[in-house]
Write a protein that binds this ligand. Structure first.
Ligand SMILES: Cc1cc2nc3c(=O)[nH]c(=O)nc-3n(C[C@H](O)[C@H](O)[C@H](O)COP(=O)(O)OP(=O)(O)OC[C@H]3O[C@@H](n4cnc5c(N)ncnc54)[C@H](O)[C@@H]3O)c2cc1C
Length: 425
């Protein structure tokens, strides 16, 4: 078991993650390579009364830890079974590695906007992917989870068991996953990319997108992002330095151009990147930033998106908003509404999720206040929150609001059973 302590060479690099706004200074880091290393780390933490947390990529850091941190970044095994259409991956694998391996067999995983995100953290958060309206959440396709529970036992849990349910939402609070096995789908390519509009046309574009997205087929998963883009050379000239409304589309049907025609007519299009592309290029649809940075964000699922809500969104997160905000609205529904969640529930009645994300420059408080104004305005129609899109430090109570009350009560009961000392999470 390879350990690192503050001050030792390699400690800072091992602790560093994608999210840099959360201060993490564990007393000891275990650089795990195998499931046995994870067992040894959990036993060590129990002997020394240390809290236990885990990090793969640091995309989803929500709180710092002063106890023992298990770093899984070396657990990078990926096995594809083309006949069973499944993948088995180690705890440190990022989506990009699975996408590449599965594509060799004409298959794809239910990955999300960024290929750099970790498979395990994403899936244990539910996993809302580029094909979510057609195939549902990533969590719903999990076949088996290898996990070291707080008692130090390495177990394999499968659908139907209480621990399987609790891990899919309760995440590291119930143990450290060492490997995950899940189903793949037969998708090699899709029609995808983005349409960029000037945010000056935001009210018209938002209304057009809402109407279009409400009647979209399940084969089409889409979001709209309102983004203040920097004036930097890597961005194409038509959108560089502009505040834009970016409609993102992943469509599994045949005639993509006909499907998006109403949107192209919504307002003048600054840039159109829609085309057929291999699933291996699916990271280009949202083009999430690849570099670590500090960010804070929250979200709300909503049952409708009426005109008053759209006006609030423009006011609180459009051009001229007091804090620069990336505002994303995702269309839910489709298979997400039909399939009962395999893990801790998502509100399947919600039609959209509204997310706000800001880069942390002068502390988190101004961001919290600005986001609160937006989500207070949406509160009458809000049904809950989605766990993966709570970014940065959030009070524990915030996590509870991500789940329906019945699920929170069941999670508490199971937490007392599997982690009675409350050291994991
Ligand atoms: C740029 C970006 C794009 C994103 N896109 C999407 C998207 O399209 N769809 C979506 O659903 N989400 C998305 N997310 C959210 C993402 O799924 C969550 O932040 C997720 O928690 C990240 O997991 P990670 O392992 O990469 O991060 P980490 O910070 O390493 O882990 C986050 C948490 O996951 C849990 N975890 C990780 N590994 C283990 C393990 N081995 N055992 C037990 N628990 C573990 C822990 O609770 C840990 O604190 C995105 C996030 C970012 C920053």
């Amino acid at each position: 078991m390879h350990t690192l302590r503050p001050g030792q060479d390699g400690y800072t690099e091992e602790v560093a993650g994608f999210q840099t706004s959360v201060a993490t200074r564990p007393a000891v880091v275990v650089a795990a390579e195998t499931a046995e290393d994870v067992v040894a780390a959990v036993e060590y933490a129990a002997e020394h009364g240390l809290t236990v947390s885990v990090q793969a990529t640091g995309h989803g850091l929500t709180a710092g830890t002063d106890g023992l941190l298990i770093s899984t970044r070396r657990m990078t095994g990926v096995e594809i079974d083309p006949d069973a259409k499944t993948a088995r991956v180690g705890a440190g694998v990022r989506w990009g590695a699975v996408i590449e391996a599965a594509a060799k067999h004409g298959l794809a995983p239910l990955s999300g906007s960024s290929p750099d995100v970790g498979v395990v953290g994403y899936t244990l958060s539910g996993g809302f992917g580029l094909m979510a309206r057609r195939f549902g959440r990533a969590a719903d396709h999990v076949r088996a989870i290898d996990v070291v529970t707080p008692d130090g036992e390495l177990r394999t849990v499968t659908p139907g068991s209480e621990l399987f349910w609790a891990l899919l939402g309760g995440r590291a609070g119930f143990g450290i996953v060492t490997a995950l096995e899940f189903g793949l789908v037969p998708v090699a390519e899709l029609y995808g990319g983005g349409l960029y509009f000037d945010a000056a046309d935001l009210p018209a574009v938002l209304r057009a997108w809402r109407t279009w997205a409400m009647t979209a087929p399940d084969e089409l998963t889409t979001s709209i992002a309102v983004v203040p883009l920097p004036d930097l050379p890597f961005l194409p000239e038509p959108i560089r330095g502009k505040h834009v409304a970016n409609v993102r589309i992943a469509y599994l049907g045949e005639d993509g151009d006909s499907a998006v025609a109403p949107l192209r007519a919504a307002a003048p299009v600054l840039l159109d990147t829609l085309k057929r592309l291999p699933y291996t290029d699916s990271g280009s649809i949202a083009s999430d930033p690849p570099h670590p940075h500090p960010y804070h964000g929250t979200n709300a699922t909503v049952e409708v998106l009426n005109d008053g809500m759209l006006t609030s969104i423009v006011e609180h997160a459009g051009p001229g908003a007091p804090v620069a905000t990336v505002l994303i609205i995702d269309r839910l529904g489709g298979e997400l509404a039909r399939r009962p969640a395999a893990g801790v529930g998502w509100d399947s009645a919600a039609e959209f999720v509204v997310r706000a994300l800001s880069v942390v420059e002068d502390g988190v408080d101004p961001i919290r206040r600005a986001h609160a104004k937006l989500f207070d305005a949406l509160a009458p129609w809000s049904t809950g929150r989605l766990l993966p899109f709570l970014y940065g430090e959030h009070p524990a109570g915030d996590l509870a609001t991500a789940f329906p009350a019945g699920d929170v009560a069941r999670l508490k009961q199971l937490k007392a059973k599997y982690d009675p000392a409350g050291r994991f999470g």
